[in-house]
Ligand binder design. Structure first.
Ligand code: IPM
Ligand code: MG
Length: 362
């Protein structure tokens, strides 16, 4: 197969972890006889520096033409002035909206060897296998914003259609897993949440008789995620709640550096990115954990390119590295740790079990 991948490395550790992920992608391509072509474009702070625009028109056009988009991270202190007219994050949000990527899949599967990196007791984590489906193009993120001297407003709107489509996606995914779906809202306070709950209940009752639906309030879900994470399988929720709950859920896995994501719309094209940010504090030091980016490539292979065997090959290689305690500093808990490149080499070596091992570039 030939696939065009738009690569938006972005800011901070974005370029380092994206490079690692692309090396893994090409190794899989060589082994299985696919040609993956990288097309690099600017987004976020790097794009603001170059053109004043966080999502230049040519970047968006390239993403529309590509089979999939691989993104590193955006943002950093250089562009964080609250008075700034353009912010790097606007580029990412515009890209998600322009490509119609309303369903953001964030799997959380603590690895047995990395349980020690989590602040949660290990016995609560064994067997946890969550998939958070975050609505990605609606809610507070995209409502009208207003600012006057002494007040500020962010409008939260959800339409029935916006709720239906993300709930259908989550329910379809739940059907292929345990059949359990937890919907998270704040229906005791918010009108948008009451609509969310009503629509979710109807869609599941009418279209997914085999899915068992429960509703949870977001505050109580924040607690249950820590107290009994094994009790959940697929979780569907609105944009802001999903943003917050997935940072929390990353602590079950032990590090933000482990969690990939796929942002999907109605077609095959998706945007794949780690859930972590640009980590300016460690950028350029070669110590960032590339696993979230590498696992994002696995999701890209599975969801945009329909290559499930290749995806599994990548996931297995990462898992074997963790089994062998090949940890970057975020996972090592003060013990011995490896660099981004060493971890990437280890993944490429493990890929050798099922994949050809290429030379890492200098
Ligand atoms: C995420 C990030 C983004 C978000 C930021 C960078 C705009 O936190 O992908 O979770 O809030 O969606
Ligand atoms: Mg976030």
């Amino acid at each position: 197969m030939h696939a065009d991948i738009a690569v938006l490395a972005g800011d901070g550790i974005g370029p380092e972890v994206t490079r690692a992920a692309l090396d893994v992608l090409h190794a899989v391509g060589q082994r299985y006889g696919h040609q993956f072509v990288e097309h690099h474009h600017l987004i976020g702070g790097a794009a603001i520096d170059a053109s004043g625009d966080a999502l230049p028109a040519e970047t968006l056009a390239a993403c529309r033409k590509a089979d999939a988009v691989l993104l590193g991270a955006v943002g950093g202190p250089k562009w964080s002035d609250p008075k700034a007219k353009v912010r790097p994050e606007q580029g990412l949000l515009a890209l998600r909206q322009e490509l119609g990527l309303y369903a953001n899949l964030r799997p959380v599967r603590p690895h047995p060897a990395a349980l020690g990196a989590s602040p949660i007791k290990a016995h609560l984590l064994t067997g946890v296998d969550l998939l958070v489906v975050r609505e990605l193009t609606g809610g507070l993120y995209f409502g009208k914003k207003n600012r006057s001297a002494d007040s500020a407003t962010d409008v939260c709107t959800y339409t029935v259609a916006e709720i239906e489509r993300v709930v259908r996606r989550a329910a379809t995914l739940a059907s292929a897993r345990s059949g359990n779906l937890a919907s998270v809202d704040k229906a005791n306070v918010l009108e948008t949440s009451r609509l969310w709950r009503e629509v979710t209940t109807r869609v599941i009752a009418e279209e997914f008789p085999n899915v068992k639906l429960e509703h949870h309030l977001v505050d109580s879900m924040a607690m249950h995620l820590i107290a009994r994470p094994r009790a959940f399988d697929v979780i569907v929720t609105e944009n802001l709640f999903g943003d917050i709950l997935t940072d929390e859920a990353s602590m079950l896995a032990g590090s933000m550096g482990l969690l990939p994501s796929a942002s999907l719309g109605d077609g095959k094209r998706g945007l794949y990115e780690p859930i972590h940010g640009s980590a300016p504090d460690i950028a350029g030091r070669g110590i960032a954990n590339p696993i979230a980016a590498i696992l994002s490539v696995a999701m890209l292979l599975r969801h945009s390119l329909d290559l499930p065997d290749e995806a599994q090959c990548v996931e297995r290689a990462v898992s074997q590295c963790l089994d062998a305690h090949v940890f970057t500093a975020d996972l090592a808990d003060g013990g011995p740790s490896v660099s981004t490149e060493q971890l990437t080499r280890a993944v490429l070596t493990e890929l050798g079990g099922c994949c050809y091992v290429p030379e890492l570039r200098d």
